[in-house]
Design a protein around this ligand. Structure first.
Ligand code: TXA
Ligand code: MG
Length: 318
């Protein structure tokens, strides 16, 4: 895997690799994506092989701007246009009725397509240079923790020549995957919570969108009970359970919780959901590497602002 920078020269190289059907890992504001030219079915097939992802799990198509929506989707409802106008470029994916020209391999055979304009200057520059959509799931092996740095991507795919290059755009600013809103039904519904929360969606939509039930709606890998998981067993625990020392456990606590001592590793993240989300995946990767028998994560507050973080932690623990 070649490491590229965000220089114009390197982005030209990345664009050329994508045009030739190669895979390039690209920084976005949420997590790094494993990108292929979305109009090239053979290139998109390579993503599934590299990730070892089941073929019926659809990918998100990343666009250079909102005006490209109509190249990929049709019958776009007014609510979806409003959400796109309010939050793109940004961490929001819209599920829309796909156009007939969109390859089945991109959508996992479904008649809908996931679209988003990423809010990262490097991803946007690359997309504008290419002038077309790139299909990109998170750049990790299926079920694994999403990467938020170029080093994370390298550690996922280093023994594999399936990925031609990674563009180093620094650490991702948001840190957890985009909010996914299904706009194909009578009312928009949230398929995956993200850092654009229900309240902000409601301000644009005029009413609070519901969370889709786990069993309904199209298959979405980020919605599987077990996902975003480290190799070490992870347990979500209450603050008071951390007063019993456990030398085999690595802990991820909130900074407000004092370290009682007696744990193999004690790591903290800020007790603020935005900063916590930004640091979460790097922290989980580090705890996964420290040789502990289990990872104990202090359960964050049960408030709306923590919904995306709680969702990822629950799936990592499942
Ligand atoms: O922030 C993100 O969304 C990142 C960055 C790279 O953009 N991407 C990401 O991709 O998280 P991935 O593949 O790991 O998760 C995308 C989710 C999956 O759960 C997938 O099933 C769902 O989006 N998805 C994509 N197209 C869909 C569709 N047509 N219907 C329902 N779900 C869809
Ligand atoms: Mg993923």
């Amino acid at each position: 895997m070649i490491r590229l920078t965000a220089s114009d020269e390197d982005l030209a190289r990345a664009a050329e690799l994508l045009e030739h059907g190669e895979l390039v890992a690209v920084p976005t504001e949420t997590v790094y994506g494993l990108a292929a030219d979305a109009s090239n079915p053979d290139a998109v097939r390579r993503i599934f092989a590299a990730k070892r992802r089941p073929a019926d799990h659809p990918l998100i198509v990343h666009l250079p701007g909102m005006e490209s929506m109509t190249d990929w989707a049709e019958d776009i409802p007014y609510s979806a246009r409003r959400l796109a106008a309010a939050f793109w470029p940004g961490p929001l994916t819209l599920i829309l009725k796909k156009k007939g020209t969109v390859a089945d391999v991109v959508t996992g055979g479904q008649d809908t397509v996931g679209l988003r304009v990423p809010g990262h200057p490097v991803a946007l520059k690359l997309l504008q240079r290419l002038g077309r959509g790139i299909a990109a799931p998170s750049a990790n092996r299926f079920g694994h923790i999403s990467p938020t740095t170029a080093d994370h991507v390298v550690s996922e795919f280093e023994n594999d020549n399936a990925v031609a290059a990674v563009i180093d755009g620094g650490p991702c600013h948001v840190g957890v995957e985009s909010t996914i809103v299904d706009c194909t039904g009578p009312e928009p519904r949230i398929l995956r919570p993200g850092m654009i929360g229900t309240e902000r969606l409601a301000m644009v939509l005029g009413s609070r969108p519901e969370m889709a039930g786990e069993k309904e709606g199209p298959r979405a890998s980020g919605r599987l009970a077990s996902h975003y998981a480290p190799t070490t067993r992870l347990e979500l625990i209450e603050c008071d359970a951390l007063s019993r020392p456990d030398s085999q456990a690595a802990v991820l606590a909130l900074t407000s919780t004092p370290d009682p001592g007696g744990f193999k590793v004690w790591t903290t993240l800020p007790a603020d959901p935005v900063a916590y989300a930004r640091g979460l995946y790097a922290a989980l990767r580090e705890l996964d590497r420290c040789g502990a028998e289990r990872i104990l994560v202090q359960r964050p507050p049960a408030t709306a602002a923590w919904a995306a973080v709680r969702d990822r932690l629950e799936r990592a623990a499942a």
